[in-house]
Design a protein around this ligand. Structure first.
Ligand code: SAH
Ligand code: AVI
Length: 331
């Protein structure tokens, strides 16, 4: 446990395995056909900063749409969640939009504890420091971990918890992993707890593809950042200029499919894995999916995981949705 001040406690679960999980993931991903890397490896300090820049791009509407909903409906959301004392946030990042929820909890007089849960240590520490300054009396109990593995370490809380998973990050999980994740969340929620989930909604292909292939090339840099991470962490020798960013909407699967395409035939050495990997010219390696939802599809996903939707909030254009959900037994 690392304690960063009287009101901040941050538990760091990463590196406990000496990077073994990353080596296993990358070895499996680079040996697979087609090759694939997990999106969680985008988010070192630079990756988190690039994501923050993405959220400000004119083409990237999800952050603005979610902020608009939180800005106008946080009071209702907090009331619908039973005025919880603890806000747990999965994939919290800079918690920029979270302030709306914290404000509403403070205004309702229920705010006690904020629990940011993120894989990026740097941004979690920065977020914790900023928030204790902004919300006098707030206790921050952070967890730096991979939320697909360490969800059960999230602290409990008296007086109800709101578990927020914002930004549409659930869309970055494959359907099976998403189902498992929702089941585990359902298992964690007590009868007074609620899930608040942000999901991007299905829309026309042109807008979706523009949101993931912006004219300034920030998303391309974000995508290639995973190669930098591998160069640094695993002693790989990826040349970032030898790959290009590809972002296509797969309408059948209702998801963005984000890849890196090798511009030439090349062999990459990954020292820490004692591995050489061949790429053919034009070969694509997937680095992320980003699923898009409809209300019906989400209700089904909830039902399959033992959850029931108890609130649905969208922006005026219907681009994005926040939904509240509770375990079946508490309805
Ligand atoms: N919630 C913020 C940030 C979204 S970006 C927003 O809505 O703007 C996705 C965040 O999830 C990043 O901060 C990233 O570090 C974190 N993340 C991605 N995969 C993760 C994982 N497996 N475990 C924990 N955090 C993860
Ligand atoms: C974090 N996640 C919800 C983003 C998304 O939209 O899927 C990540 C991202 N990838 C490219 N642009 C943004």
């Amino acid at each position: 446990m690392a304690t960063a001040g009287p009101q901040i406690e941050i538990e760091v679960r990463l590196a406990a395995d000496g990077g073994e999980r990353m080596r296993d993931d990358v070895r499996a991903g680079l040996s697979a056909e087609p090759k694939e890397l997990a999106p969680k490896y985008f988010y070192d300090e630079r990756g988190s900063q690039l994501f923050e820049r993405i959220t400000e791009l004119p083409e990237y509407y999800p952050t603005r749409a979610e902020r608009a909903i939180l800005d106008s409906r946080s009071g209702e959301i907090v009331a619908g969640a039973g005025e919880p004392r603890t806000l747990v946030e999965l994939g919290s990042g800079s918690a920029a939009k979270t302030r709306h929820l914290l404000d509403a909890m403070r205004d309702a007089g229920c705010l006690r504890t904020y629990v940011p849960v993120d894989i990026s240590a740097e941004i979690t520490h920065e977020t914790a420091e900023s928030l204790v300054g902004e919300y006098p009396g707030l206790a921050v109990r952070g967890l730096v971990c991979d939320f697909e593995h360490d969800l059960e370490r999230i602290p409990g809380g008296e007086g109800g918890r709101l578990v927020a998973f914002l930004g549409g990050t659930i869309g970055n999980l494959y359907p099976e992993a998403r189902h498992e994740f929702l089941c585990r969340i359902a298992g964690l929620l007590g009868s007074e707890d609620r899930l608040l989930l942000g999901t991007d909604l299905v829309k026309e292909t042109a807008r979706l593809e523009a949101a993931y292939d912006d004219s300034l090339g920030v998303t391309a840099k974000f995508n290639k950042n995973v190669l930098r991470v591998l160069n640094r962490e695993l002693g790989a020798d990826f040349d970032l200029d030898a790959f290009e960013h590809v972002a296509r909407y797969d309408a059948e699967q209702a998801r963005m499919d984000i890849r890196l395409r090798s511009l030439a035939a090349q062999t990459i050495r990954v020292e820490a894995l004692a591995m050489s990997v061949d790429f053919a010219a034009g070969e694509e390696m997937r680095t992320e999916i980003s699923s898009k939802f409809t209300r019906r599809r989400l209700e089904l996903a909830y039902a399959e995981a033992g959850l029931e939707m108890s609130g649905w909030f969208t922006d005026p254009a219907g681009d994005y949705a926040l939904s509240l959900a509770a375990p079946y037994s508490s309805q």
